[in-house]
Design a binder for this molecule. Structure first.
Ligand code: SF4
Ligand code: SF4
Length: 89
């Protein structure tokens, strides 16, 4: 008998984990993006989307605010901003 100990990647899709964010959220500036897709690759929730330069964004309903996307962005085109900051992206 097998016991499943971990959740599947992207399992936040089943639970609106955006409410878990307590301090900061990523803001995709869409100014210097090179479409390298690193933010897509590192997001543990699989919620970053985009194809063309300066088109990348996340789904705040599920974003936990872990900051990995901002940490890996080679163009510094994602900023972690205070949760109360109004985001248009
Ligand atoms: S902060 Fe970035 S990497 Fe973390 S869950 Fe949100 S979109 Fe994904
Ligand atoms: S990591 Fe930064 S430069 Fe690369 S696709 Fe994402 S936003 Fe664009």
């Amino acid at each position: 008998m097998r016991i499943k100990l971990t959740a599947e990647p992207g399992s936040a899709r089943n639970n609106k984990t955006g409410s878990w964010r307590v301090e900061r959220r990523p803001q995709f500036l869409q100014k210097n993006c090179s479409a390298c897709r690193m933010c897509i690759l590192v997001c543990p929730e699989g919620i970053v989307s985009g194809k063309e330069k300066n088109s990348f964004k996340t789904d705040y309903l599920y974003c936990k605010g872990c900051g990995l996307c901002a940490a890996v962005c080679p163009k510094k085109d994602i900023e972690m901003v205070p949760e109360e900051t109004e985001s248009k992206k």
